[in-house]
Ligand binder design. Structure first.
Ligand code: M6R
Length: 614
C-alpha cells in the first residue's frame, strides 16, 4: 500500500526522503514522488510512474538531489483512484501551487467535494481523490481568512474516509502538518529534526524516539517546536514519546538476495524469541493478557478474525484451542466479520491476528467486536500499531520487522502464540493435566530441529525447479495441516503467480480431483499421525489419475516412497512442530519456484504489504 516519508530539519532532505522511499518499497507501489520546500520558499515536485530508482534518476538528471535544505514530503503510491501514472502520483498541489500534500488512504466523499470545488472554478489535473483534498485545503487557505493549520483542519473536518497526510505550504514555510484518520502515521523526533512515516521503516535509521499519532490526531511542526492536537479542535494533547527497539538490521538483506529468503531463515530465532520467557516451570505467562485473563478464561465463545496468512494462523489456532482447551472457536475473515451478523456479545473473546497491525478489515472487525462489548485480544507483530492499540489486550509476536510481502516468519510466530494461548486456556479451565501441559511446553528439541529443516534447502530447491512451469497446484493436508496447505498454496500464488488451491486432503475428491492430470503437481502434507492411513488413500486417488505427487512427511515408510514422485522428509517431532516444519518447506518451495521464474520475490505484482484500505 502507499507509503509516506517526510522530513523537516536543517539537512538536505532529498537523500533522507529517497532513502525513506526505498525503505517503503516493500509495501508495494506503482509510482513515487517527492516535493521539497526550499529555504527560498520554492516548492519543487518530482514524480515518476514505476520505481523509486526512476524517480532518483529523474532527480539526479535535474541536479536536484544536492539541493534542498528545508522540508520535504515523499510518497510511494499504490493506485486506487486513477491509473498508476505520473500525473496521478503524489505529491499533489493545489491550484495556487502554494500547498503540496501526500496522502495514504481513500477520501470517500471526493466526488461531491470535487463538484463543489469545480463550481468555484478549481481545475483538477489528476483523477485522484487526493487532489480533491489538497484543493480543498487550498480553497480554504486562499480565501485568506484561515491560516494554514486552520485550513487543514477545516478541510479534514469535511472529508469522509481514511487518511494519513503530510502537507506543506510555501506561504508558511516553517510549518509542516501531518494528520491521520484510519491510516497510520508515526512521528520521529531527534533534537531539532522531525521525521514522519507511514510506518517506522523510513525513520528507524534516524531516531528511536517515536510518537504514534492516534486516530483523528494531527501534529503541527512549526520551526523547532511541535504540538499534537485533535483534528476536531485546536487543543494541545499530551506528547506520548516512546522508544522503539526495532533493529536497523531488519531493514537490511545481509547475505540474502531477498528479504523473504532472509526471513524464512530467521525462523530459527523468531520462533524461539516468540516463546522464550513466556513459560516457567509448566506455567504460561502472557503478560499482555494479565488484566483480562479472568474474563478471557470464562468466555463461552471465542472468535478469531484476520486476513490472508494471519487467517490461516487463526485456523490453526481454532484447532489448538478446541483440542487443548475444549472451547468452541469460530474463525472468520475480518472482511466478512465486519459485515456479517456474527453472534459476538459481551461474553465473547475476539482474537484479531495481524502481522502489520494496520490491516483495514481487521481493524474494522476489532471495532465491531469492541462495540459489541467483547474482549478483544490482538496477536500482532508491530508494537504501537493500530491493532495493538485498538484491542483491549494482546500478545506480540517477536519476529522483528517483516519486509517481504509474502508473510513467512510472522505466520510461524503467530501459531506459536496461539499454541501458548491454547495451552494457557487449557490450564485455566482444567481441560488438560499439568503434566501434559508441561510436556507440550518442552520446545527444546523441536526448536533445534528447525535448522535441520532449513538445511534441506538445496533438496527443496531441486524439486521446486522441476515443477516451476506447472500451471496449477493442489496442496492437501488434514487437521492442523489443512491450514498449512492453504498457506503453502497462498505463498505459491503470491510470489510465482501459479494458480494453487489448498484443500483438506479428503475434500479433494468432492470436486478438485476433476482438475488432476499428468501435468498437475499435488503437494501432500503427511505426518505420521492418526490421519496417516486416510491420507495415503487420498494420495492413491490422485496417483491413479496420473497426478504428480510431492510429499512432505516425517515418516520413512516405504509406502510413501513408492507413491511419491518427490519426497521431502522433515525431522520427527510433535503435531505443532510438524506444522511449522511443513510450513518452512512450503515457504522454501514457493520461494525457489518464484526465483526459478526470475520473479521479484519481495515485491510481487499487485500486492501490498499492509492492506490499509477496505
Ligand atoms: O498484516 P496482516 O497480517 O494483517 O496482513 C494480512 C494479509 O494481508 C497478509 O497476510 C497477506 O495475505 C500476505 N501477503 C500473505 O503473505
Amino acid at each position: 500500500m502507499c507509503g509516506i516519508v517526510a522530513y523537516k530539519g536543517h539537512k538536505n532532505c532529498y537523500p533522507i526522503l529517497l532513502d525513506g522511499l526505498h525503505k517503503l518499497e516493500y509495501r508495494g507501489y506503482d509510482s513515487a514522488g517527492v516535493a521539497c520546500l526550499a529555504e527560498n520558499g520554492k516548492i519543487t515536485v518530482t514524480k515518476r510512474s514505476g520505481k523509486v530508482k526512476q524517480l532518483e534518476d529523474g532527480l539526479k538528471k535535474n541536479n536536484l538531489i544536492e539541493n534542498c535544505n528545508g522540508s520535504g514530503i515523499a510518497h510511494t503510491r499504490w493506485a486506487t483512484h486513477g491509473k498508476p501514472n505520473q500525473v496521478n502520483a503524489h505529491p499533489h498541489k493545489d491550484q495556487s501551487g502554494n500547498i503540496v500534500l501526500v496522502h495514504n488512504g481513500i477520501i470517500e466523499n471526493y466526488d461531491p467535494i470535487k463538484k463543489f470545488l469545480r463550481s468555484k472554478k478549481v481545475k483538477f489535473k489528476s483523477e485522484t481523490d487526493t487532489e480533491v483534498l489538497v484543493q480543498l485545503i487550498g480553497y480554504f487557505f486562499n480565501q485568506g481568512k484561515l491560516n494554514f493549520e486552520q485550513s487543514v483542519r477545516a478541510a479534514l473536518q469535511r472529508v469522509d474516509g481514511a487518511y494519513g497526510i503530510v502537507v506543506l505550504n510555501k506561504k508558511e514555510p516553517d510549518v509542516m502538518i501531518a494528520a491521520r484518520k484510519g491510516s497510520p502515521l508515526v512521528l520521529g523526533i531527534k533534537d531539532k529534526e522531525f521525521f514522519i512515516g507511514s510506518d517506522i521503516s523510513p525513520i528507524i535509521k534516524h531516531t528511536q524516539q517515536i510518537i504514534y499519532l492516534e486516530d483523528a490526531q494531527m501534529t503541527i511542526i512549526d520551526g523547532d517546536e511541535f504540538k499534537i492536537t485533535s483534528i476536531d479542535e485546536d487543543l494541545s494533547l499530551p506528547k506520548k514519546v516512546e522508544k522503539i527497539d526495532f533493529k536497523i538490521d531488519d531493514y537490511d538483506k545481509g547475505e540474502f538476495k531477498y528479504f523473504m529468503h532472509k526471513e524464512i531463515h530467521e525462523q530459527v530465532d523468531t520462533i524461539r524469541n516468540t516463546v522464550t520467557g513466556r513459560t516457567k516451570k509448566g506455567n504460561i505467562i502472557l503478560h499482555g493478557l494479565l488484566d483480562y485473563w479472568h474474563e478471557i478464561k470464562q468466555a463461552d465463545k471465542i472468535f478469531i478474525t484476520a486476513c490472508g496468512t494471519s487467517w490461516h494462523a487463526g485456523l490453526i489456532g481454532k484447532n489448538l484451542i478446541e483440542r487443548f482447551a475444549k472451547v468452541p472457536v469460530h474463525v472468520e475473515y475480518a472482511s466478512e466479520f465486519r459485515y456479517n451478523k456474527t453472534l459476538v456479545d459481551n461474553k465473547s473473546v475476539v482474537i484479531a491476528i495481524s502481522q502489520s497491525g494496520e490491516t483495514a478489515d481487521t481493524l474494522a472487525a476489532i471495532k465491531k467486536a469492541n462495540d459489541c462489548g467483547a474482549i478483544t485480544v490482538g496477536i500482532c507483530n508491530v508494537p504501537g500499531s493500530s491493532v495493538s492499540r485498538e484491542t483491549n489486550c494482546g500478545i506480540f509476536t517477536r519476529c522483528g520487522h517483516e519486509v517481504g510481502v509474502a508473510s513467512t516468519k510472522a505466520f510461524t510466530a503467530q501459531i506459536s502464540i496461539l499454541y501458548l494461548y491454547a495451552l494457557k486456556l487449557a490450564d485455566s479451565n482444567d481441560s488438560m493435566s499439568k503434566k501434559t501441559i508441561k510436556e507440550h511446553l518442552d520446545f527444546g528439541e523441536g526448536l533445534k530441529k528447525i535448522k535441520h529443516v532449513l538445511n534441506k534447502e538445496n533438496e527443496i530447491k531441486k524439486i521446486a525447479l522441476k515443477y516451476k512451469n506447472a500451471n496449477d497446484f493442489l496442496y492437501l493436508g488434514r487437521g492442523l495441516n489443512f491450514p498449512v496447505a492453504l498457506e503453502g498454496a497462498l505463498k505459491l500464488k503470491e510470489i510465482s503467480y501459479i494458480h494453487a488451491e489448498g484443500y483438506p486432503a479428503a475434500e479433494m475428491k468432492h470436486g478438485p480431483i476433476a482438475l488432476v492430470d499428468k501435468d498437475m503437481p499435488n503437494v501432500f502434507i503427511v505426518p505420521k499421525d492418526k490421519t496417516y492411513e486416510k491420507i495415503i488413500s487420498n494420495i492413491e486417488e490422485i496417483k491413479s489419475r496420473k497426478g504428480k505427487i510431492i510429499i512432505i512427511t516425517d515418516s520413512k515408510d516405504k509406502i510413501l516412497k513408492d507413491l511419491a514422485n518427490d519426497l521431502i522428509y522433515v525431522p520427527k517431532t510433535n503435531h505443532y512442530m510438524f506444522c511449522v516444519f511443513a510450513t518452512i518447506v512450503l515457504q522454501l518451495f514457493a520461494y525457489y519456484i518464484a526465483v526459478g521464474k526470475k520473479l521479484n520475490v519481495d515485491r510481487p505484482r499487485n500486492l501490498a504489504k499492509s492492506v490499509t484500505v477496505e
